[in-house]
Design a protein around this ligand. Structure first.
Ligand code: CA
Length: 412
């Protein structure tokens, strides 16, 4: 998913699909870049669809399936094109995102669903090695446990984005994948729905992710991420297993750092962090083996986390740090874990998108950052900020603040 859409985009790329559950939306990955205003000429759209037919045939899509898929899809959806132009001006701060994504109501609903699906969850855990809290957390954030998988017809959404040339050929490829799903009979065309960016059903998989990872767990012969709880949860589990989920460790832990902790040594072995005096906030003992790194999404003093390789697995589903933290924390809460212990910082201490872009350019100018100046806070920017902080003798928390930008640019 690039699941921004809740999307998901696949593991591949990195793009996120935007969209879906309103609650999750804001933090999802950057949405697709604005589509160029495309002439919504019906003839051009019809030509685009007709031109798909040879490629669809190569994939085994019959003319009957093709006709059924596009029945009633005569024009692009202007609302979807408008959405691509509205996306992602400001990423919400992680703490704001967490309020919506890990609400008391969602925790209560998730625990009730977990109780009702206990036997199914036992079997899924046994087969895929991903704990139920994590599965329920994805399911809760993507579709509120199946209650809101999106109501936008997927074929029309993908055709609209593909015909507009959005993101190169990504959506055209996804459209062909969607046709393949219809040909296989997993879902009827009128039930294939999801977000405006093409992420489908309760798990918000893009069609290519569906083809690679969706599972028929209830054994009815259809991989149904729209109507089957068991298929939805098992599909999430199968995808996470394929992304490399390690059953031996958690996604991460909220931790307290000892006085005088050397933030410049922010990555290492869990046992080594334990020996350096890092302690879990919930009182549990840190595992003694496994890679981990410090993640301070609100800077020093705010909730601090040791994240494991599983955090990167979560980011494979959706690259947003906020999303990944919400999944991890919700998983803990659904398993009886406590709320975060440390307070979040004031809004004033945070850079907006323009500020992050300026920081990226400044760090790039000093040879510390090699990524795009896209205004996105993520692992690459954190790493660059840490290098700058270490060079300047500052506490290396990796957190981008207005003060840091002012120091870097020499402007107060
Ligand atoms: Ca099924």
């Amino acid at each position: 998913m690039r699941s921004f859409l809740a999307l998901v985009a696949g593991a591949a790329a990195g793009w996120l699909a935007p969209v879906a559950p309103a609650s999750a939306q804001a933090a999802k990955p950057p949405a697709p870049e604005p589509a160029k205003p495309s002439p919504a000429r019906p003839a051009a759209f019809a030509d685009f669809i007709e031109a798909l037919r040879p490629d669809a045939r190569v994939r085994g899509v019959s003319d009957a399936t093709f006709a059924a898929a596009f029945r009633g899809v005569a024009q692009p959806d202007p609302e979807i094109l408008a959405r691509t132009r509205r996306q992602g001006e400001f990423a919400r701060p992680v703490w704001e995102y967490l309020v919506g994504a890990v609400s008391a109501g969602r925790i209560a609903r998730g625990r009730a669903r977990a109780a009702a699906l206990s036997g199914t969850l036992d079997r899924i855990e046994a087969r895929y090695g991903v704990p139920r809290g994590v599965l329920l957390a994805f399911w809760g954030i993507e579709s509120d446990f199946g209650a809101s998988g999106g109501s936008v017809p997927t074929i029309r959404a993908l055709a609209t984005l593909a015909a507009a040339g959005h993101r190169g050929t990504l959506f055209r490829d996804e459209l062909l994948a969607a046709l393949t799903i219809l040909e296989r009979g997993d879902i009827a065309p009128d039930r294939m729905k999801g977000s405006w960016a093409g992420a489908m059903g309760q798990v918000q998989f893009l069609p290519s992710t569906f083809l690679a990872h969706a599972v028929d767990f209830d054994g009815d012969g259809h991989r149904d991420i729209w109507g089957s709880d068991a298929d939805s949860l098992a599909s999430i589990a199968a995808y996470l297993k394929a992304l490399g989920w390690n059953p031996a460790v958690s996604w991460g832990y909220e931790v307290a750092l000892p006085d005088g902790f050397d933030l410049a040594r922010y990555a290492g072995d869990l046992g080594e962090f334990d020996r350096r005096g890092v302690r879990r906030k919930d009182g549990g003992r840190l595992p003694q083996a496994g890679n981990a790194s410090l993640f301070l999404p609100g800077g020093l003093g705010a909730p601090s986390f040791l994240i494991t390789d599983n955090f990167e697995v979560i980011r494979g589903y959706n690259t947003s740090d906020s999303y990944a933290l919400a999944v991890g924390h919700l998983a803990d809460r659904l398993s009886g874990g406590p709320a975060l212990a440390a307070p979040w910082p004031a809004e004033a201490g945070r850079l907006d998108k323009a500020g992050l872009e300026a920081l990226q350019r400044g760090l790039a100018g000093q040879g510390l950052y090699a990524g795009d100046a896209d205004g996105r806070a993520g692992p690459k920017l954190r790493e660059a900020v840490r290098r700058y902080q270490i060079r300047e003798g500052l506490a290396a928390d990796g957190y981008a603040t207005p003060a840091l930008l002012a120091r870097l640019t020499g402007r107060p």
